[in-house]
Design a protein around this ligand. Structure first.
Ligand SMILES: *Cc1c(COP(=O)(O)O)cnc(C)c1O
Length: 371
C-alpha cells in the first residue's frame, strides 16, 4: 500500500453533515456567519489570544498581516530561506524586499545571532518561521527587534498547537500567522488566521479581508477578499474536537521514529529547542554526504513511500527569483547545507506503527548500500 508524506485527517462524515445542516436552514454560506464566529471564538479560547482573524488561507493571512502592520513600501524584511515559498512570495507581493538570515543547524529556525548584521536604515520588520513546528528563539529575536524598533511577524503555519514554556506560539509576536491547509496538523480544508492582541490591528485585518466594508454604507479601506467560508469553519470545528487525539498519535509515531533511527550513522534528526511542546507536524531528517538524501528518497519511492525534500530548493534559489540581488543561497550556508540534506519522512495521525517500522528499515538499508 502506498504511503504519502502527509495524509489529511477527516472527522466522521456524519459529524460534518451535522455541523453543516444549519447552513441549509439559513442559506448563509459565507461572510462571517455562525460557523465562522464559533470557530473564531473556539480558537481564541484554545490559543489564548484576544484576536483571531480568520482567512480563506494562510498565504492571504500572511499578506494581510504585512499590509496592515504599517510597514513602509520598499522596506527590507529579515526572513529565512528555509521555508515554503509562500513566506517569501508574500513579502515580494506586498512590495517588500526579503533579506535572508541564516538558520540554526539543530532545528532549522532563524539564527537570532545573525540578525543584527543584516539590519540597516531600510529594515522595517522581521519575519521568522517556526519551521517544522520548531519554535524560533523568540526571546533573542524580540530583543533585537526592540533594540532597533522593528515589528516581528511570525509565520507559524507549521506550529498550530505548539507551546513554548507552556505558552501557545500564537501569543509570541506582534502578529502570528497560522495555516489550516489540508496538509497541516489542524485543517479547515483551506484556511488560515492572523493572531494578535492589538484590537486596532485586528480591525485593519478584518477590513483587509472583506473589501474594507464595515456595513452597508461604510467602506473604510481598499481591502481585498480573503474570507473564510462557513464550510471551511465547520470543518475546523469538527477537527478541533479531534485535535488532542491527533496530537497524541503523532507524538507516539515521532517517538517510534526517534527510537528506530537513533544512532544510525550519517543520519541526523532535528530537535526542537528545550521548552517546546511540539505538534509533531513533520519528521525531517538530514543525510550526510553527496547525493545520499536523493538515493534514500528514490529507495523509498520504489516501495511506494512518499517523502519530501522540505525545503529544497531554498526560497532564495527558486527560478522565480533568479537574478534578484537579494536571492543568494550562498549568503545562508547553514540553510543551503540543510536544504541539500533534508528529507521529510511520512508522518500523519493515522500512520500505523508497522508502517513506521518498514520506513525506518528501508532508510537504514538504503544508507547501508549507499555508504
Ligand atoms: C502552508 C504554509 C504557508 C501558506 O499557508 P496556506 O494555508 O497553504 O496558504 C505559509 N508558510 C508556510 C511555512 C507554510 O508551510
Amino acid at each position: 500500500m502506498k504511503i504519502n508524506v502527509t495524509r489529511t485527517s477527516l472527522p466522521p462524515f456524519e459529524d460534518y453533515c451535522e455541523e453543516i445542516r444549519k447552513l441549509w436552514d439559513s442559506h448563509i454560506l459565507t461572510n462571517m456567519g455562525v460557523e465562522h464566529d464559533a470557530l473564531r471564538d473556539a480558537l481564541q479560547q484554545y490559543l489564548g489570544v484576544p484576536h483571531v482573524v480568520l482567512f480563506t488561507n494562510g498565504h492571504l493571512a500572511l499578506e494581510a498581516a504585512l499590509r496592515t502592520l504599517g510597514l513602509p513600501q520598499g522596506g527590507e524584511v529579515i526572513t529565512t530561506p528555509l521555508t515554503f515559498v509562500s513566506t517569501t512570495h508574500a513579502l515580494v507581493r506586498c512590495g517588500l524586499t526579503p533579506v535572508f538570515c541564516d538558520v540554526c543547524p539543530e532545528d532549522g529556525t532563524m539564527d537570532a545571532a545573525k540578525i543584527e548584521p543584516l539590519i540597516n536604515e531600510r529594515t522595517v520588520a522581521i519575519l521568522p518561521v517556526h519551521v517544522y513546528g520548531h519554535v524560533c528563539d523568540v526571546d533573542a529575536i524580540g530583543a533585537v527587534a526592540e533594540r532597533h524598533g522593528l515589528k516581528v511577524l511570525y509565520d507559524a503555519a507549521h506550529a498550530f498547537g505548539v507551546r513554548y514554556r507552556g505558552v501557545p506560539v500564537a501569543q509570541l509576536g506582534e502578529a502570528v500567522m497560522l495555516s489550516f491547509h489540508a496538509t497541516k496538523v489542524f485543517s479547515t480544508i483551506e484556511g488560515g488566521a492572523v493572531c494578535c492582541s492589538d484590537a486596532a490591528l485586528a480591525r485593519r485585518l478584518a477590513d483587509e479581508r472583506n473589501y474594507g466594508i464595515r456595513d452597508e454604507e461604510i467602506c473604510v479601506a481598499a481591502g481585498g477578499n480573503a474570507k473564510m467560508s462557513e464550510f471551511q469553519a465547520a470543518m475546523g470545528l469538527c477537527n478541533l474536537r479531534l485535535l488532542e487525539g491527533e496530537l497524541a498519535r503523532r507524538k507516539a509515531l515521532d517517538a517510534q521514529y526517534r527510537a528506530l533511527l537513533a544512532g544510525v550513522p550519517g543520519l541526523q534528526m532535528l530537535l526542537p529547542r528545550p521548552g517546546v511542546t511540539p505538534n509533531y507536524a513533520y519528521f525531517p531528517v538530514l543525510f550526510e554526504g553527496e547525493g545520499v538524501r536523493d538515493r534514500v528518497k528514490e529507495a523509498l519511492a520504489a516501495e511506494g513511500i512518499g517523502s519530501r525534500k522540505y525545503f529544497w530548493p531554498l526560497t532564495s534559489a527558486v527560478e522565480a527569483y533568479k537574478g534578484c540581488p537579494w536571492a543568494d543561497p550562498s549568503a545562508t550556508p547553514v540553510a543551503a547545507r540543510m536544504a541539500a540534506q533534508v528529507l521529510t519522512l511520512p508522518l500523519s495521525a493515522d500512520l500505523e506503527p508497522e508502517q513506521v517500522e518498514r520506513i525506518c528499515a528501508l532508510v537504514r538499508q538504503a544508507l547501508a548500500t549507499s555508504a
